[in-house]
Design a protein around this ligand. Structure first.
Ligand code: BTN
Length: 325
């Protein structure tokens, strides 16, 4: 708490120094105690200049998804109000699931700079190189039935796609159900896990992995990062992971509230606007079955409706769907 208080004073005074005396007064602690807090902030990666007679000045903030950075000027009421961050974990989804089981409240988020056992859909691995992306799991406790869980996944895809569009010039699109793509290359994946009773959801762990500044050589085939896509277009090449995390949380909360007050219809409409899939030729691969057709629509539950070659409408609620030429 005191760290954040000191940090906020330094942030507010921007390019000027804050005297040790002033910090002592604000934090109501001794000069020696102020020094200890400054040292702790430095260990977290904050560059703080200290000059005799002048005091302290914040020179640079760390490129780390630490709570004080994520919460600074975050415009949400619930999502991201409680932040736990790690340098390296197996998987943020595993941690979030365990915490949710112990009663962690809605809106809490788990972040990591690196994951060694990042979990992807269909039991795949999610490459999570250190500081290359945003690896975030969010605990939600929505009042929905277990068979409506795909609503949360689609809502998250809309929120992440919109957040990337908000803070970069990339016109990303969504590939059903929840991959965020740029020109056919995958930038983000979403993995939702839940604990449910027969007809009610106890909690949802919404795992979001966004390739932000990762080098292409550290990503699997077919994947790309925001940095790489900006570079291809000759633009600014690095994006602040902290800024994007905040924007994602703000969009998620905004759309989650829309879903609560107006139902899922507006989210489906936004999904369709951001999707590059409706009208495209697709190949659907299900366990033991594969077929091609044209993606016709998405139904109110979030299932993809595909018109097959024989003119039949097939409802696809899981499986792999790839766009074909
Ligand atoms: C996919 O396969 O498309 C989904 C990938 C989801 C990855 C994210 S990264 C944060 C969270 N923790 C995990 O282990 N997985 C999800």
């Amino acid at each position: 708490m005191l760290d954040e208080k000191i940090l906020n004073v330094l942030r507010h005074s921007k390019d000027s120094y804050v005297s040790g005396e002033e910090l002592c007064k604000i934090a109501d602690i001794s000069r020696a105690a102020i020094w200890k807090h400054i040292e702790k902030l430095r260990l977290e990666g904050y560059e703080i200049e200290a000059l005799p007679h002048l005091g302290y000045k914040l020179v640079a903030i760390p490129d780390s998804l630490i709570p004080s950075e994520v919460k600074w000027k975050l415009k949400t009421k619930v999502l991201g109000r409680s932040v736990i961050s790690y340098k390296k974990v197996d998987s943020t989804n595993i941690i979030a699931y365990e915490l949710a089981e112990k009663g962690m409240k809605e809106g809490a988020i788990i972040l990591a700079d690196e994951q060694v056992k990042g979990k992807g859909r269909h039991g795949r691995h999610w490459s999570s190189p250190s500081k290359g992306g945003i690896y975030m799991s969010c605990i939600l406790r929505p009042s929905i039935a277990p068979n409506e869980i795909s609503r949360i996944t689609l809502l998250a895809a809309v929120a992440v796609a919109q957040a990337i569009r908000d803070i970069s010039s990339l016109e990303v699109t969504i590939k059903w159900p929840n991959d965020i793509m740029m020109d056919g290359r995958k930038l983000c994946g979403i993995l939702t896990q839940m604990k449910a009773e027969q007809d009610s959801v106890d909690f949802v762990v919404l795992g979001v992995g966004i390739n932000v500044n990762a080098a292409i050589k550290n990503l699997p085939k077919g994947a790309s990062s925001i940095k790489e896509e900006l570079h291809r277009r000759g633009g600014k090449t690095t994006l602040s992971r902290v800024d994007l995390t905040k924007r994602v949380l703000e969009r998620l909360e905004e759309y989650y509230n829309i879903m609560k007050s107006e139902g899922f219809g507006p989210i489906i409409d936004m999904w369709k606007d951001l999707s590059a899939m409706i009208g495209a030729r697709v190949k659907v691969t299900l366990p033991g079955k594969a077929f091609e057709g044209v993606a016709h629509d998405i139904n109110p539950d979030g299932a993809l409706i595909v018109r097959t070659e024989s003119g039949l409408l097939e409802r696809v609620s899981s499986g792999d769907v790839a766009m074909v030429r």
